[in-house]
Design a protein around this ligand. Structure first.
Ligand SMILES: [Cu+2]
Length: 133
């Protein structure tokens, strides 16, 4: 085999892998919930794609990961009116961890992320989901 051809093929393949990453957007997210933080607290995902989320609750109380609909933000405190503005959510008991999936919103933009357990948003459980093309 011609070494030069092999090298060019390798570099082209590498470029395809790089461009597929779309500027930091990922379909595989890992999230740690704690008292009272999201780690990380900012996520970038590709619009309309199936997202796999591996989430664990390392805290001592129940936590939620709530994605709000585009253009909405939770009230302080989180109340029944906010329930209708939820795009997707998952909740975990202390010590629990699981892998779940959801479809990223089709509209690009910044979506607010919060924990709906009373007082947690105020304590710092706030983040954002950035949806890109
Ligand atoms: Cu919480």
């Amino acid at each position: 085999m011609n070494n030069k051809k092999f090298l060019i093929g390798f570099l082209l393949g590498f470029a395809v892998v790089l461009s597929a990453c779309g500027g930091g957007a990922s379909t595989n997210l890992t999230l740690e919930l704690n008292d009272f933080t999201f780690t990380p607290n900012t996520f970038t995902v590709p619009a309309g794609e199936e997202i796999t989320l591996t989430v664990s609750n390392k805290g001592k109380v129940e936590h939620e990961f709530v994605i709000m609909k585009l253009g909405t933000e939770v009230s302080i405190p989180f109340n029944d009116d906010d329930e209708g503005n939820i795009y997707w959510e998952v909740e975990l008991e202390p010590g629990e961890s699981e892998t779940v999936s959801f479809t990223a919103p089709s509209e690009t933009g910044e979506y607010q992320v919060s924990c709906g357990t009373p007082g947690h948003h105020e304590a710092g459980m706030v983040g954002k989901l950035i949806v890109v093309k």
